[in-house]
Write a protein that binds this ligand. Structure first.
Ligand code: NIG
Ligand code: FE
Length: 420
């Protein structure tokens, strides 16, 4: 059996070649008509027009796979998810529709704490089954790599249970999972309402949990929900600095419900990404534009919460920030695994054009995970991570909304999902 595969029949092949994008270059898709991709051992050997690829000696002996005129692009890199949780919060969804705000629900012990209670009570097996089924949905919508955060455990055993699951799932199923430690999601119930409770919880994170996470190599990043009702900028800085000493790079939930100054902290810490950004000001935008910190926008949250204020994507792009898009898959603010739906929201609500949204969801998502040299574009030497869509023009991917037009998803050269 031949080890190489020649993939042909891409009416439009979006290569996204050339690295992470800022400003005007965000809409540069590196589009090749009638494209072909030569794959060997899970990696891309060469990419280009079909006639050119077919002339290569290796292509002649390769297995052939025909995309039948579909549109092919790199697999989506979903750089912000809360993959492991025990159940939906559909009951809170109904309350929100009837007028109770997300923060009011949280103050009454719902919200994140509701999910914490359910996760602590859930078995590892049940959590794994739910996550595995979600991963199937991610794959079916064209995602090949996703970041996953802990943060619904908030005690030593439960946080380790989540991070262990990230590792197990990464090893046992085909999608790539990048693990983030989000012990600082909110202050857990046993530390609430006591003087200095948040500080005591942070001490537990820094002295007990973080060293354990590091020794067992369970996470690559440390994240903090820096928000009123969660953690302050000062507390976030302290934890992220400690995590950095231990070798964990930073990411932050910033300016989602209010402006806290978390964006400036993200830039100061050299964070890989700074996510949400609904309430950034002009100085924050300028700081992001001058930095390598990726500005990750999560329009699924505003859509699901029925909020009118989306992040200022156009300003961020015009200023030159590296803008990425992600689902923020979680039970409270964004219950979706669909990057195509996020693209629709990015186009309709953030006023990004389809080409910008696709770049933000692929090569710039890869940059948000520090993996721009391995994934996020179709280029020789990168992983053969790609997805083919049943459309004639790539703009139809966001144009049709709330439906799945993904026909096939490939991770490291293996088909991980195909429509029957
Ligand atoms: O990214 N904002 C903090 N974390 C999630 C929400 C978590 C939840 O409500 O369960 C977010 O929106
Ligand atoms: Fe989040």
């Amino acid at each position: 059996m031949s080890e190489s595969v020649l993939i042909t029949g891409a009416s439009q092949m979006l290569t996204l070649r050339g690295g992470p994008r800022r400003g005007n270059s965000l809409s540069n898709l590196g589009l090749v008509k009638d494209g072909a991709i030569l794959v060997r051992d899970g990696k891309i050997v060469a990419v280009g027009p079909r006639a050119q690829m077919e002339r290569r000696a290796e292509a002649k002996f390769a297995d052939k796979f025909d995309l039948g005129g579909r549109v092919v692009l790199p697999g989506f890199v979903d750089s912000h998810t809360h993959l492991i949780h025990a159940a939906s919060r559909a009951e809170e969804y109904e309350l929100k529709i009837q007028g109770t705000s997300y923060e009011e629900i949280a103050r009454k012990g719902g919200g994140i704490l509701n999910s914490v209670k359910k996760l602590r009570a859930a078995t590892k097996e049940a959590l794994k089954r739910r996550a595995a089924s979600a991963l199937g949905e991610f794959a079916a919508h064209g995602t090949t790599t996703l970041e996953a955060k802990s943060g619904y455990g908030l005690d030593v055993a439960s946080e380790l249970k989540i991070l262990d699951l990230h590792r197990e799932l990464n090893q046992e199923q085909p999608l790539e999972i990048v693990s983030t430690f989000l012990g600082a999601h909110v202050v857990p119930p046993e530390f609430r309402g006591k003087a200095g409770g948040a500080e005591k919880y942070l001490d537990l994170l820094m002295e007990k949990l973080l060293p354990e996470v590091v020794v067992r190599d369970l996470a690559e990043y440390c994240d903090v929900f820096c928000e009123r009702g969660a953690f302050t900028v000062g507390q976030s800085r302290k934890l992220l600095a400690k995590a950095k000493e231990h070798g964990l790079a930073s990411r932050l939930h910033a300016e989602q419900l209010s402006r806290t100054g978390a964006t400036q902290l993200a830039v100061e810490m050299g964070a890989a990404s700074c996510d949400h950004l609904e309430h950034v000001n002009n100085a924050d935008i300028r700081a992001l534009a001058k930095s390598k910190t990726v500005a990750t926008l999560l329009p699924g949250c505003d859509f699901h919460l029925g909020l009118k204020e989306y992040a200022p994507a156009r300003k961020l792009i015009a200023a030159g920030a590296i803008v990425a898009l992600a689902t923020d898959y979680n039970p409270g603010t964004s219950p979706t695994m669909s990057m195509p739906m996020v693209l629709s929201l990015a186009c309709d609500q953030l006023r990004m054009i389809p080409a910008e949204a696709i770049a933000a969801a692929t090569i710039n998502g890869a940059a948000a995970l520090g993996r721009e040299n391995a994934i996020g574009s179709l280029e020789a030497g990168k992983q053969a991570d790609l997805a083919a869509y049943e459309v004639e023009d790539y703009r139809e991917i966001p144009y049709y909304f709330g439906m799945n037009l993904c026909w096939m998803t490939m991770k490291r050269g293996e088909i991980v999902w195909i429509k029957d």
